[in-house]
Design a binder for this molecule. Sequence first.
Ligand code: C2E
Ligand code: CA
Ligand code: CA
Length: 261
Amino acid sequence: DRRLAIRRDLSAAIQSGAIEMVYQPIFEVRTGELSGVEALARWTHPEYGPISPDEFITIAESSRAIVALGQHTLRLACTEAVDWMTARNETLRLNVNVSPMEIMGEDFIDSLLSILDETGFPANLLELEITERGILEDLDVSRARLKTIRESGVTVALDDFGTGFSSLALLHKFPFDSLKIDHSFVSRMTSERRSLDIVASTLLMAERLGLKTVAEGVEDQATLDCLAEIGCNMVQGYYLGRPAPTLLQTASGTPKTCQVA
Ligand code: C2E
Ligand code: CA
Ligand code: CA
């Protein structure tokens, strides 16, 4: 069946370079400038066509393939970002998603450091995105890992904020640098009062805690204007730029700079 076939073909796809990265721009709300990009994995299966990363990452997590996949995506994103920066003589912040299963692995830090070293991507321009779900799996190990990651200069974002327990204890005990507010709240902000209130309170809390905020899933101007008004730091979404296959395309043929009315 499909799941078995995907699992079977995954390792070969990683090795042959069939898993590629696309990049979605993240903009600074106040200045409208490009702040960085989020790298997202893509795989077109020879038989099934494009498979969503949600699907193949879940399957990879159920086997050891997730470690190889994580190393592949991080290495590829760093390599392409270095090429971009060299060609344009500019710096660019890079966000890469990491699976909880990867972070928990014993050699995660070694692997991270060696990829940074090997690709020459500056640690202080890299941000790893991790979901709450992952952290809750093993609090002690997660805390140790996050601390070591941050000591290397790499920053950490809490992804999909608002969808899990959104535990204040987690925000209290874990050293995050930014919060990514889940698209499910962002997309409803202008039509539903409760979503707006949740986003606005999250921003206030994040500010008090010294965390940067990124709103995901911005799909129209009204949402962008509203986010600017309530003080969100950064925005990401189809309205501002879809994930695109090359970094150069993402930033030079910028679909829209973030223009707040
Ligand atoms: P995510 O980290 O929350 O990534 C954002 C997802 O929202 C992406 O879907 C992106 O294409 C989509 N998106 C962006 N703007 C909009 C918008 O305005 N509206 C809507 N409706 N969606 C928008 P994608 O690329 O299918 O990725 C799905 C999930 O797969 C990601 O969610 C992330 O959890 C995971 N993922 C993707 N690439 C990787 C990877 O390299 N490693 C790991 N561990 N996970 C990854
Ligand atoms: Ca993410
Ligand atoms: Ca997210």
